[in-house]
Design a binder for this molecule. Structure first.
Ligand code: GDP
Length: 503
């Protein structure tokens, strides 16, 4: 207030108007917001040059990988619900390295490796389904080398089969088809192959290049063939990675065990060992232990191997990249730098939301003013009521728009929600997405939704109690979902509330 030469009460009022709910004399504005607010008062803020980049970056992939050692392929299992993804994963897990070496019990750590008789290894991501695949990919983590598309032989191609094909193609990840439930009497593998061809998956015996293996997750039929097919494809694709140099990997999953915070790291290059320092997102670890999927300590983990890493300062986030730092000090500097950047961009986002909400409010005021003016004109006999009604009607031609604000855990899921939401609607009502973004539902979102009579869709993100109660107070509906089709159902039911009742 002093810098802007305004009274502090006026300044607080202004801040509240701008959407800063809890401002008091001890409230500290960050640079971004301070700049924007000063602009409100007609100043031209000067932003000082950014501090030096202290971030860590992955090393470039060498041009010629042909001399590097080969690494296990990383496989994701996708397919329609109930077609047998979990059953197949369970079957494969039983034959995993850890299971065979340590008495058959494996823990869920997000991935497991299977050693074949040929000496080759395959690493399977343990979370079937599309959202895991998407969320990793949208973070830039092309974790999956091969997709095994499970299609039940008695049910053939279904909506999520098609969705999986789309995702795999978009990611440029090759597919191997597992035609499952071959033990069933009504299995129709040829129908599956024909149906797949209609969606651009041409299998080998139909003149295409995609391998299709008849299997049964129940009896184990075809499982070895499926593994061999995977290895064969990996050989063709020539998956290789350096085992030396700085370690790089992805965080697959995080959890808390007795030992403390642990995270599964899937190593992409280099060899991870105890004592090394790993940075992931805004946290880091001095690796205390490495455990495989049997919960057994291992000395090291090379490319394509998942291990559970203990020793994190804070819980890392699944999907984040893990990079080796050369010292604890370096790791600390990098995470501080990243934290500051996160805060900056969050503030910038908030300012943008506030501006958008204000624009909408301005629009509303203008519309109200126009309506008032028309009422005046009618009262003064300047126009007739019919004439007055013509204008707004013209404006309002076309379908009714229902406003949505979308928040999701990662940009991939936000994109997926946007795509699904925009695909519903009819001539009478259509959804309009006012805004979308990554992160939890904020007070600004609620504010915005309240002003614009919008609905909030929260996908895989928490809604804090404060925000929830604010929404209740303002009559803003928040739909909180973790499955895309449920979001679509919610949107459909919301839209139907806007339909003119048919008599
Ligand atoms: P997901 O939703 O794709 O993970 O499917 P599940 O693995 O949960 O399997 C759905 C149902 O199909 C379960 O009742 C399984 O026991 C059954 N199932 C899975 N694979 C087979 C199979 O090869 N043969 C038979 N007969 N049933 C299977």
């Amino acid at each position: 207030a002093n810098a802007l030469r305004v009274r502090s009460e006026d300044f607080s009022r202004k801040l509240r108007q701008l959407g800063f709910d809890e401002v008091g004399p001890d409230y500290i504005l960050n640079a971004e917001n301070a700049g924007l607010i000063s602009m409100e008062y007609g100043f031209e803020p000067q932003v000082e040059a950014e501090e030096e980049d202290e971030d860590l970056y992955p090393e470039p992939v060498p041009d010629d990988t042909s001399l590097l050692p080969s690494r296990p392929p990383i496989v994701t299992i996708m397919g329609h619900v109930d077609h047998g993804k979990t059953t197949i994963l369970d079957y494969l897990r039983k034959t995993s390295v850890a299971a065979t070496e340590y008495g058959g019990i494996t823990q869920h750590i997000g991935a497991f490796s299977v050693n074949l008789e040929s000496g080759r290894t395959i690493t399977f991501l343990d979370t079937p389904g599309h959202s895991a695949f998407l969320s990793m990919r949208q973070r830039g983590a092309n974790v999956t080398d091969i997709v095994i598309l499970v299609v039940a032989a008695d049910d053939s191609v279904m909506p999520q089969t098609i969705e999986a094909i789309k995702h795999s193609k978009a990611a440029g990840v090759p597919i191997i088809v597992a035609i499952n439930k071959m033990d069933k009497e009504d299995a129709q593998p040829d129908r599956v192959k024909q149906d797949l061809a209609r969606y651009g998956v041409e299998v080998e015996d139909f003149g295409g290049e995609t391998q299709a293996i008849p299997v049964s997750g129940k009896t184990g039929l075809g499982m070895e063939e499926l593994e061999e097919a995977t290895v064969l494809l990996s050989e063709v694709l020539d998956h290789r990675a350096p085992r030396d140099g700085n370690v790089e990997g992805w965080i697959l999953e995080t959890t808390t065990r007795k030992a403390g915070r642990v995270a599964t790291v899937l190593v992409r290059r280099g060899t991870l060992r105890v004592g090394q320092i790993l940075v992931a997102g805004t946290t880091w670890a001095k690796v205390r232990t490495l455990k495989n999927e049997a919960g057994v300590d291992v000395a090291e983990a090379g490319p394509g191997t998942p291990v559970e890493v203990d020793g994190w300062r804070d819980q890392p986030v699944a999907g984040d990249e893990a990079l080796q730092a050369d010292s604890e000090q370096h790791a600390d500097a990098v995470t501080r730098y990243r934290q500051a950047k996160v805060e900056q961009s969050r503030a910038a986002d908030d300012v943008e939301h506030i501006n958008e909400a204000r624009r909408l409010e301005q629009d509303k005021r203008e519309m109200e003013a126009a309506a008032a003016e028309r009422a005046d004109q009618i009262a003064n006999g300047l126009i007739t009521e019919e004439e007055a009604q013509e204008t707004p009607k013209e404006e309002a031609s076309g379908p009714k728009e229902v406003h949505f604000i979308i928040k999701g855990d990662v940009s991939g899921s936000v994109e997926a929600v946007i795509n699904s939401v925009t695909s519903v609607g009819n001539q009478e009502v259509v959804p309009r997405i006012l805004r979308s973004g990554v992160g939890p539902v904020s007070q600004t979102d609620v504010e915005h939704a309240s002003i614009s009579k919008g609905h909030i869709l929260a996908f895989n993100v928490p809604v804090e109690p404060l925000v929830r109660s604010q929404a209740e107070r303002k009559g803003v509906a928040i739909s909180s979902q973790t499955i895309i089709y449920r979001v679509v159902e919610d949107v459909k039911s919301t839209l139907s509330e806007y339909l003119t009742p048919k008599v």
